[in-house]
Design a protein. Structure first.
Length: 329
């Protein structure tokens, strides 16, 4: 459920739908588009680890395609860094960019937002501004976090996400952002997963291609960066709101992180009495109810994204992350 309000001035990623709807259905991209990318990868000698995902019966179509595209992108990125001639390097980089464009369109199918302009009854600006930090709210987040249990059937998907965010390249980028902004690297990672499906060829602000400054709202960002592939500098700009004194004073406790994620994603779920899937999808705290388009809520739809809490819980359980501090300890 990617949130237009999470990033300073950002818009929903749904505009990708306008440019890529011809050859896909409600659940995923066309087989023809993916097959073209696979053939290019084979021609370039790039191992397609995505085959493991397509053969995993526990993954739905959206997740299988997402994983295959990420494998193609990561394989192409690694190959581009090896000793290739100029022509091979250009072709490999082009494959990474094209797979990233496909992933952005796929992400737009699933990553919808409780957009305030289209859902004023449940998610108005006034409602969001009234969702202020308090000890009572913090306690409610603590209680839900403590009661939260990861859905066993989804552990395979969550583990795959964790393998990617803890990989050398992405973790180094997240740690660079942490050094600049102050937000913990794992907070940056779950935001990147929810907002952009870990796509490092697109601006985190709004999913525009990284080869130029953003065109959609917020337009013209970032002011300073090194195109066409400086994802980290662009993400620092997108997450600059977390540099504030309020965040430094409050501290990066588990309660403040969960509160911040829900506030900036939107309150459309809370005001319908549903735990936000942006946080709680793939746990026992969430069952169904989802925005299926900007501002359009379907009470029977179920999120196919790993909620932030599910990722953090499995990282802690498997020793990849110490438990974040709590303000109540």
């Amino acid at each position: 459920m990617a949130g237009a309000t999470l990033l300073a001035g950002s818009a929903s990623l749904s505009p990708f739908l306008a440019g890529g709807a011809r050859a896909r259905d409600i659940d995923g991209l066309s087989d023809r588009e993916l097959e073209r990318l696979r053939r290019r990868a084979v021609t370039l000698g790039i191992a397609r680890a995505g085959a493991r995902s397509s053969e995993d019966a526990s993954f739905d179509l959206y997740t299988r395609q997402r994983e295959e595209l990420l494998d193609l992108m990561d394989g192409a990125g690694e190959a581009a860094g090896r000793s290739l001639d100029a022509g091979e390097r250009a072709a490999t980089r082009k494959l990474e960019i094209d797979a990233g464009a496909a992933l952005a369109r796929l992400n737009a199918i699933e990553a919808q937002t409780p957009k305030q302009e289209a859902d004023r009854l449940f998610n108005s600006r006034t409602m969001r501004e009234s969702f202020k930090w308090s000890d009572g709210l913090a306690m409610s987040f603590r209680d839900r976090w403590q009661a939260c249990q990861v859905t066993d059937a989804r552990r395979g998907e969550i583990t795959r996400v964790i393998e990617r965010i803890t990989g050398e390249a992405r973790r180094a980028a997240y740690q660079r952002i942490e050094a600049e902004v102050g937000a913990p690297w794992y907070f940056v990672a779950v935001v990147h997963n929810l907002e952009g499906s870990l796509n490092m060829t697109r601006h985190l602000h709004n999913g525009d291609p990284l080869r130029a400054r953003t065109v959609q709202v917020p337009a013209g960002r970032p002011k300073v960066w090194n195109p066409p592939n400086d994802w980290a500098s662009s993400a620092i700009d997108a997450l600059s709101r977390f540099r504030t004194d309020d965040w430094r004073r409050r501290g990066w406790t588990i309660e403040s992180m969960l509160w911040g994620l829900e506030r900036f994603n939107g309150l459309g779920y809370r005001n319908r009495g549903i735990p936000s899937p942006y946080l709680w999808s793939y746990t026992n705290q969430y069952t169904k109810g989802k925005y299926v388009a900007d501002g359009r809520f379907d009470p029977e739809a179920v999120s196919r994204q790993c909620g932030a809490a599910s990722v953090l819980k499995v990282m802690i359980e498997t020793g990849r992350l110490p438990a974040p501090p709590s303000m109540f300890v």
